[in-house]
Design a protein around this ligand. Structure first.
Ligand SMILES: *Cc1c(COP(=O)(O)O)cnc(C)c1O
Length: 392
């Protein structure tokens, strides 16, 4: 198909649910992407946090190729070895408990919401936060504290209360005898890269213990090394009761995971919750490849080192260009808040071969692969600097 034909077929045949850039990609390797014309891009935003290892990591590809040649589907009323291996590895790296395998972030969060309600014995209310993002299915959307995503789809499922992020008093006030859980991202991704305060998170852990609430941490975007630790909560010295994962765990293939601590991990008994494709053998091999690469290639250390390096460079840009108001982030997850709309910056960067994202209108989002190199960072910063100079 020719470029123009592809665009036309999309227009005629696919629901217009996404704002799309006029780029058609055909190949990827590490932090490089090739478009249909052969132009190479440096990808500093690989799929909303999917590409923690960049595109087509060899360890992921190898597992997937091998599995595809043998067996690609095992229904969940049978066993297969790779779901067992992946569950064991995830529990080993997080906290004692059990895993439920799903197919997306929203679905993992739906599972967490159902589990919380099941645990509540009549209590059902979940406290979430302004500017959160938990997904687009109805309950996840209700948990997502942003009206712009909910408009037109009301009524939202009941039982969610949004309060201000990092506001202890607001949380205290919101807790009632109906409250069963508090759910949050430790670094709000879609919401503009807002980092939870250490005191705030410690307070949440404490109040959840005191009031017998579940602390649900949505690590769909922050998980698998993005913030310099395997899971972001490990930066805070707390342990959640429930954690959800998705995006980067499958190395590019769809997976969602809910992990619940021991005490509540048998509440969803046979017949209470299910999903046909959850934890299939191909995706489990992919995820095992991701976890192996994380370890063998010392990805966490590279993430922390390159995170520091990139932050240094971004701070230099901030000193040079007053259009940058603030830089926020952790590990290799950065938001650059501008005093102007970010779209023009994104478009110009893309013209020059650098893929970045803008969220919340004015926040540029950089989330390069965790195995990014200094050279690639230098290249990206040079392009961004040139663009910001023109916008200043
Ligand atoms: C992307 C995201 C989700 C939703 O994940 P999907 O796989 O798109 O359903 C949920 N929570 C957070 C924090 C996310 O970034």
């Amino acid at each position: 198909m020719k470029l123009t034909e592809i665009f036309q077929v999309y227009k005629d045949n696919i629901m217009p649910t996404y704002n799309k850039l006029p780029l058609v990609f055909v190949k990827g390797k590490g932090s490089k992407l090739w478009d249909i014309n052969g132009k190479v891009y440096l990808d500093f935003f690989p799929g909303w946090g999917v590409g923690n290892l960049g595109h087509c990591h060899p360890k992921v590809m190898q597992g997937v190729r091998d599995q595809i040649g043998k067996l690609i589907f095992v229904p969940n009323n049978y066993y297969h070895p790779f779901q067992a291996k992946l569950a064991k590895e995830l529990i080993y790296q997080s906290f004692p408990g059990k895993v439920f395998f799903a197919n997306s972030g929203a679905e993992a969060n739906e599972g967490a919401i159902k589990l919380a309600r099941k645990s509540g014995e009549g209590r059902y209310e979940i406290i979430t936060f302004e500017n959160a993002f938990h997904g687009r299915t109805l309950a996840a959307l209700a948990a997502t504290g942003q009206k712009k995503y909910q408009n037109g789809f009301e009524p939202m499922p009941e039982g969610f209360k949004q309060v201000k992020f990092n506001d202890l008093a607001a949380v205290k006030q919101a807790i009632s005898d109906k409250t069963v859980a508090i759910m949050l991202e430790l670094v709000q991704g879609e919401g503009g890269i807002n980092v939870a305060d250490r005191d705030f998170v410690n307070f949440l852990r404490k109040i959840c213990d005191e009031r017998k609430l579940l602390l649900i941490i949505d690590e769909v975007q922050t998980g698998i090394g993005r913030t310099g630790k395997m899971f972001c909560y490990q930066n805070y010295g707390i342990v959640p009761d429930v954690m959800t994962l998705a995006k980067s765990l499958g190395g590019g293939l769809p997976i969602g995971v809910m992990i619940a601590k021991k005490e509540i991990s048998d509440l969803l008994a046979p017949g209470m919750h299910a999903t046909t494709f959850g934890g299939g053998p191909v995706i489990c091999r992919a995820a095992l490849g991701v976890l192996r690469a994380m370890q063998k290639e010392d990805i966490l250390r590279n993430c922390r080192n390159m995170g520091e390096y990139l932050l240094e460079k971004l701070n230099l840009l901030k000193n040079a260009y007053p259009v940058i108001k603030e830089i926020r982030g952790m590990g290799l997850m950065f938001g650059i808040e501008l005093s102007v709309e970010g779209k023009q910056v994104v478009d110009k960067c893309i013209e020059r071969g650098l893929l970045i994202n803008c969220t919340h209108d004015k926040v540029l989002r950089l989330m390069p692969a965790l195995n990014i190199t200094k050279k690639e960072i230098d290249q990206a910063v040079k392009i961004l600097s040139g663009v910001l100079k023109e916008c200043a």
